[in-house]
Design a protein around this ligand. Structure first.
Ligand code: AMP
Length: 198
């Protein structure tokens, strides 16, 4: 299986790049942000609880997102692989993901870390907020809080994956196509299994 983590701050291009990658390598896109927004749209209990935190730019509890990911892994056993986008966001989540993938005998092959500076991030997110309809993209205080959450809780994960020898830094402040080419280049280096010829 070709399992890839797209890692990076909010606004670094994870969602956009995931679209190209899943098409090219025939993978399933797993975005916990998208899953949570679907729960909110369906007005489930989980969605309503998550919304209060998301509207403040805070992370939802680890158990909630780990549970959602576990469901997806259990229900998609025959796919060529997964692109994790916006998950894991804490060391706890990363440990849980490793344990789940161990169960499926399909570890993460590579963690692609998109590097984008603070100023550019805020600009991009507020720009996206004009059309995305996402409340958490429209308010500068919330956007700043999401970046703080990222720096304090998520960025330490880079060390976790670097220690496993899986972390690849990619410059994210370039045209979408150039970033995409760099990502594919790194994926091709690790994609030596059977999915390559599909
Ligand atoms: P995203 O679409 O990835 O930017 O996520 C939007 C919001 O959903 C985040 O600001 C968090 O409140 C919540 N969220 C998404 N993924 C996670 C995660 N893996 N852990 C905790 N909260 C998450």
């Amino acid at each position: 299986m070709l399992n890839i983590v797209l890692f990076g701050p909010p606004g670094s291009g994870k969602g956009t790049q995931a679209q190209g990658i899943i098409k090219k390598y025939h993978l399933l896109h797993l975005s916990t942000g998208d899953m949570l927004r679907a729960e909110i749209a369906a007005q489930t209990k989980l969605g309503l609880e998550a919304k209060t935190l998301m509207d403040k730019g805070e992370l939802v509890p680890d158990a909630v997102v780990i549970g959602m990911i576990e469901n997806k892994l259990d229900n998609n056993k025959s796919v060529a692989g997964f692109v994790f986008d916006g998950f894991p966001r804490t060391v706890k989540q990363a440990e849980a993901l490793d344990a789940l993938l161990e169960k499926h005998k399909a570890p993460i092959k590579v963690v692609l870390s998109l590097k984008v500076g603070e100023e550019e991030l805020t600009k991009r997110i507020l720009h996206r907020g004009a059309t995305s309809g996402r409340a958490d993209d429209q308010n500068e205080t919330i956007v700043k809080n999401r970046v703080v959450e990222y720096r304090t809780k998520t960025e330490p994960l880079a060390n976790y994956y670097a220690a496993q020898g899986k972390l690849k830094d990619i410059t994210g402040e370039k045209p979408v196509e150039e970033v995409y080419a760099s990502l594919c280049h790194e994926i091709d280096k690790v994609n030596t299994g059977s999915t390559h010829t599909h």
